[in-house]
Design a protein around this ligand. Structure first.
Ligand SMILES: NC(=O)C1=CN([C@@H]2O[C@H](COP(=O)(O)OP(=O)(O)OC[C@H]3O[C@@H](n4cnc5c(N)ncnc54)[C@H](O)[C@@H]3O)[C@@H](O)[C@H]2O)C=CC1
Ligand SMILES: O=C(O)C(=O)COP(=O)(O)O
Length: 624
């Protein structure tokens, strides 16, 4: 391949200099703060448990933003300022208590949009249910402080996800704890609608006794179409089967075998709505589902159909539903959710005699609210600690075991990005990046999204004032016109490790260090993880082996004896500690590259002295 470097095959001549490398465990380098704004320069390399369980200390940065500092201890330090967590809607007590153990919790309900904007500017996390609109203006008002929005429930249509992503704010939800509650509410509406429970109740309270008016319809033997065969839809289907109904479902993305296992046929949208006696909505509100129930679709329904909506009001064109009710196409509707919440009191839909309504109660059981509160509190606290959430909505979800494996490679990825970009000197600008992952594993057995995000972070942060994290890495890269292509190469190494090496190439750009330019003319560096520590193993066509800690000096020189001593002496005289040194060469006694890891940043005079060593042809100082 044109881009392949000779490094993978070149053996580094590894001369360890003054300080021997510390033990692998103390050098195990991990930056778990994928979501943090300012960690790149302030986080110490930290030993943490593989599953990212380490609790980081929290602190306020100089601009008063909540940030994290890696701790050598596994304990959370209670003396440092706590994150501020704003809760704007009623949350189960157990969840609030959990949050209080971790942060300063401000429960302020019924905030006006203006007050919400004021409060988020002082909050690290915001927890909402469906009643708070987290708009772009809210993210803008937060001025970068807000790190995580927790949606204590499933639907995140009240959160502007694009704006959250652009602002690097993670959005997490609590997708499982209210499933049964929503399904039970759907079934409650289905049964009560069929037997006119709400209308009969109102009638009897109005002093009437109207037995013949409220004759209902039976459920047994009727066909129910479940629109959206996700968590709630599945539970509704299960329960409806128990009531003796025939259940069909439409869901373009649901696996047919899961439906079949419950005795449910997955059918087309038109087939579902045209054959069902009852239609129950359980899909999310998305651009594709917005007003999907409209005049046209109502006209295809079986006359006398009954409709239940415990999903989102916006999937129905409410005016069209009123027309369908008036025309008798829809015999009855039972609605828990509305386009506007709360709906206007004199809405024709709400007041319609064949409509039963509840005020968005689907998730409102004691059990569900406690569960949701705990689920969201754990997700938000985890995110504030820098853990990746299993319920992240706008960031890659990575299984904990995958994450623990990838963690040291994530550090490597960021460092390689950071190094590569410092080797670019201009010309056409940094636009095209090629990343090659060499691995012994099958092609599909490596999730590189985290690695790519961290390479992007490493590339962008040194050259712009954008802060980049896992959430916004792809967005910022796109915004800056950075194209990142990824390639996988299967190599013959141990499949025990997910990645053998990562190579980062910046294409079509000039370099301030000609030694970093590969035979193909691109800036190219490659690294590996050794004993949990990221190492630089290749620069251009030269093999080296230097651990990526502290800072790095790269020198290209004539390959001759005494070079290590000369440069080492200069650094030693200036009290700059060398933590690692390695020399790689292509041809004996021709050219070599010396990679020197230094703990301190040498001053200009020291660097000039290094440049003055006669055999050194070029050198560059790189900050990790
Ligand atoms: N009323 C309430 O209090 C509650 C409402 N909900 C709402 O119920 C809905 C479903 O929730 P879950 O089952 O937990 O979500 P889920 O994500 O598990 O299921 C949604 C399903 O809808 C399917 N879907 C997506 N687009 C579709 C389309 N165009 N047509 C048909 N199906 C489509 C998806 O493939 C998925 O299987 C959400 O809108 C959620 O916000 C959930 C809990 C409580
Ligand atoms: O979880 C959902 O999607 C819901 O609709 C529940 O909303 P809520 O938390 O009760 O405002």
């Amino acid at each position: 391949m044109a881009f392949s470097s000779s490094c993978s095959s070149v053996k580094a001549v590894n001369s360890r200099w003054t300080s021997p490398s510390p033990s692998p465990s103390s050098r195990f380098a991990v930056l778990p703060a994928f979501l943090h704004r300012r960690y790149a320069t302030s986080v110490k390399l930290t030993a943490i448990s593989a599953a990212l369980k380490t609790v980081e200390q929290t602190t306020l940065t100089e601009d008063n933003r909540f940030s994290t500092v890696g701790s050598d201890s596994d304990e959370y330090n209670p003396t440092l300022p706590k994150p501020r967590i704003l809760v704007t809607e009623k949350l189960g007590e157990a969840g609030v208590n959990l949050l209080r153990e971790f942060g300063d919790v401000d429960c302020s309900y019924d905030l006006s949009p203006e007050d919400l904007k004021k409060k988020v500017a002082e909050s690290d996390a915001l927890i909402v249910r469906s009643g708070t609109k987290v708009t772009r203006e809210v993210f803008e008002a937060a001025k970068g402080r807000l790190k995580v929005v927790g949606r204590a429930g499933v639907g995140i249509d009240n959160v502007d996800l694009q704006a959250a992503t652009e602002h690097g704010c993670l959005v997490v939800n609590a997708p499982t704890a209210n499933t049964v509650a929503a399904a039970e509410h759907g079934i409650a509406l289905l049964a009560s609608m069929a037997r006119n429970v709400a209308q009969a109740d109102a009638s009897i309270k109005a002093g009437k006794w109207e037995r013949s008016k409220y004759v209902g319809v039976s459920l047994v033997g009727k066909t129910l179409a479940v629109m959206g065969f996700g968590k709630v839809g599945t539970e509704v289907a299960r329960r409806a089967k128990g009531l003796g109904m025939t259940v069909i479902s439409h869901d373009p993305y649901a696996p047919a075998d899961r439906a079949r296992a419950l005795g449910v046929d997955l059918v087309s949208f038109d087939q579902a709505i045209s054959t069902a006696d009852f239609v129950s909505l359980h899909m999310p509100l998305t651009p594709a589902t917005k007003k999907v129930f409209n005049d046209e679709t109502f006209s295809k329904m079986k006359k006398g159909v009954r409709l239940i909506n415990v999903a989102r009001g916006g999937v129905i064109d409410e005016d069209a539903l009123v027309r369908a009710l008036d025309a008798g196409i829809v015999a009855q509707a039972a609605l828990d959710v509305f386009c506007e919440e709360p709906p206007s009191k004199d809405s024709r839909l709400i007041q319609h005699e064949n409509v039963t309504v509840t005020p968005h109660l689907g998730a409102s059981t004691k059990e569900a609210q406690e569960g949701v509160a705990i689920e969201i509190a754990e997700a938000v606290a985890g995110a504030l600690k820098g853990e990746l959430s299993a319920t992240a909505v706008n960031a890659p979800m990575v299984a904990p075991e995958v994450l623990s494996e990838l963690t040291p490679y994530i550090v490597l990825a960021e460092k390689l990005g950071r190094l590569a970009v410092q080797l670019a000197s201009g010309g056409k600008g940094v636009q095209s990046i090629r990343v090659v992952y060499r691995s012994a594993r099958d092609r599909d057995d490596l999730d590189t999204r985290l690695l790519r995000a961290m390479i992007t972070k490493g590339i962008i942060e040194p050259i712009s004032d954008s802060y980049v994290n896992l959430v916004n890495a792809d967005f910022i890269a796109k915004q800056k016109g950075l194209r990142i292509s990824e390639e996988r190469m299967v190599v013959d190494s141990s499949p025990e490790y997910p990645v053998d090496s990562i190579q980062v190439q910046i294409l079509n750009v000039e370099s301030n260090f000609a030694g970093a330019v590969s035979d193909a003319g691109d800036i190219s560096i490659e690294g590996k993880v050794k004993y949990g520590v990221p190492h630089l193993t290749c620069v251009g066509s030269f093999g080296v082996d230097v651990s990526l800690e502290g800072n790095l000096i790269l020198c290209r020189q004539v390959d001759q004896p005494g070079m290590i001593g000369q440069v080492g002496n200069i650094l030693g005289e200036q009290n700059v500690n060398v933590n690692f040194m390695s020399v790689g060469r292509t041809v004996l006694r021709k050219q070599a590259i010396m990679a020197i890891g230094v703990d301190e940043e040498p001053d200009n005079k020291t660097l000039e002295r290094i440049g003055g060593v006669s055999a050194i042809e070029e050198f560059v100082f790189l900050k990790l």
